[in-house]
Ligand binder design. Structure first.
Ligand SMILES: Nc1ncnc2c1ncn2[C@@H]1O[C@H](COP(=O)(O)OP(=O)(O)OP(=O)(O)O)[C@@H](O)[C@H]1O
Ligand SMILES: [Mg+2]
Length: 477
């Protein structure tokens, strides 16, 4: 058996040291733990230890600043940084300074042991990036991402690992969870950050125009092509191309996109010369891509090409601990000098947020703008929340208004950012989506009696019969 590896731990918090030491010893490692960076550095310089796990903020020494010093003495020393601070920038600068990995706090033991095991198996590769001299942080940090939940920390960790990579990323998450903001962060923390970030929303472009939108067209290439258009692939050259709502891409366009990605070049519509692609692809969707692939609505080969690195953003209701910080962030960034009462924040924390962060953001901004006084109370919040989720109406007469509020909030949350052209056929789609379950529900309440159902719906019996047939509703015999 090889000698047990020794892990050097530095954290000024005694309880963290205890938990780490116990877990690592139980897994068979030797452990030396200290509360300060100077001792850690002394151990390293003495040739002790095989791996360092360090906190960031410690009295005297900052764990991240310590990494280059450690590598000055022991270039192959593996360092893992753990922190709950300022998460995205911390994760990125730790990896930039030479950390092998980043562990979010509070950590779970399984993830800790997995990370340690991985780090010990790998050899540290020295990557010199000429454009980023040591000691500088290269992020512009235009995109301010809030959230310390475990899920978000793991996303920061992924972003940090991808700073030197052109791998395709597929971001999935419900509407309003922050897919675009994460896509921007991937760009801003990448070596392409000085290039453009170009976003295209697949759901907002008419089917016939997707190809020319992506790859451009020559003047006169088709009716309506009055001017030459260079296309999004060309616009994004040297930067990142964000393909939003990729799940809505029609089949034909999927085939074309796949070919371009495989061949690394594209030809504008009506053009003759192929142009080399120079974009990093980040795609996003709120749809279940496995389902789309299984149903034959999305090409599996394209899916695998886009989904090289998956990032899943959980819905806000699964990371409620991020809500208070988000509220504060949105108040501050709206420029209003307002404070939310503790109970008001608690109510926001308890709400299920079907429209996720987008919905939370617009509500907080509205409250901050509306109220003249400084403290926003529970009652103010409750009033706004009740507009988002209207209470069950007592009678059918109240239904239209309640539905109207619900539907408006839903559309705001889910389609507020979609250009009108992207909503084509919306009326018929929505009516047919609502009509069938409505009729089925009323029929179940009348136990299949169509005369009573027609009366309840306020429509003619014959109309009901036609609709039952058209919508394929099963009737009881
Ligand atoms: N972690 C976060 N910190 C701060 N702001 C956030 C965060 N996540 C999302 N936001 C904000 O919430 C709003 C919605 O985010 P974004 O547009 O990225 O979501 P999305 O998932 O792309 O939504 P949709 O599916 O509706 O397009 C934006 O204004 C964004 O700035
Ligand atoms: Mg979006």
């Amino acid at each position: 058996m090889t000698a047990a590896k020794t892990i050097l731990v530095a954290d000024d918090d005694q309880s963290v040291r205890t938990v780490l030491t116990q877990a690592l010893k139980r897994a068979g490692y030797g452990v030396n733990a200290t509360g300060d960076g100077a001792t850690l550095y002394k151990w390293v310089a003495n040739g002790e230890g095989d791996l360092v796990i360090t906190d960031v903020l410690m009295p005297g020494e900052n764990g991240i600043d310590l990494i280059p010093k450690i590598h000055g003495r022991r270039p192959d020393m593996k360092v893992i940084v753990m922190s709950a601070q300022n998460a995205l920038t911390t994760a990125v600068s730790a990896v930039e300074r030479g950390a092998m990995d980043f562990l979010p706090k509070p950590f779970d033991i399984d993830q800790l042991l997995e990370t340690v095991g991985n780090a010990l198996r790998q050899t540290r590769v020295l990557v010199r990036d000429d454009k980023t001299p040591q000691g500088t942080t290269r992020a512009h940090n235009k995109t301010f991402i809030v959230g310390q939940s475990h899920a978000m920390q793991n996303i920061y960790r992924t972003i940090a690992h991808l700073t030197n990579s052109d791998l395709a990323v597929l971001i999935s998450g419900e509407s309003g969870t922050g897919k675009e903001i994460i896509a921007r962060a991937l760009h801003e923390f990448s070596r392409r950050k000085n290039g453009p970030f170009v976003a295209v929303n697949m759901a907002a472009i008419p089917k016939e125009l997707i190809e020319s939108e992506l790859f451009g067209h020559e003047k006169g290439a088709f009716t309506g092509a009055v001017q030459k258009f260079e296309g999004r692939f060309a616009q994004g050259a040297g930067g990142t191309l964000f393909l939003d709502e990729i799940g809505d891409m029609p089949m034909e366009a999927q085939t074309r996109l796949l070919r371009v990605l495989q061949e690394g070049e594209f030809t504008p519509v009506g053009g003759r010369k192929a142009v080399k692609t120079d974009v990093r692809i980040v795609a996003a969707t709120h749809r279940d891509m496995h389902r789309l692939v299984a149903d034959g609505k999305f090409r599996h080969d394209l899916y695998h090409r886009l989904n090289v690195v998956p990032i899943r953003i959980p819905p806000l209701r699964e990371r409620r601990e991020d809500i208070p910080a988000l509220v504060q962030h949105f108040v501050l960034s709206s420029g209003a000098l307002k404070v939310f009462a503790t109970e008001a924040v608690a109510a926001l924390r308890d709400f299920p947020w079907p429209g996720n962060i987008r919905e939370l953001e617009s509500l907080v901004r509205r409250l901050a703008a509306l109220h003249a006084y400084d403290v926003i109370e529970l009652a103010d919040v409750q009033k706004e929340l009740s507009r988002l989720a209207p209470p069950a109406p007592d009678s059918a007469a109240e239904l239209p208004r309640a539905m109207n509020d619900l539907v408006t909030a839903h559309f705001d949350a889910h389609y507020g950012h979609v250009a009108a052209e992207g909503l084509s056929g919306l009326h018929d789609l929505v009516v047919s989506a609502v009509e069938k379950p409505l009729i089925e529900w009323v029929l179940s309440r009348t136990e299949g009696n169509q005369i009573k159902a027609a009366a309840a719906l306020g429509i003619n019996r014959n109309t009901l019969r036609v609709k039952i047939r058209q919508l394929g509703i099963e009737v009881r015999k």
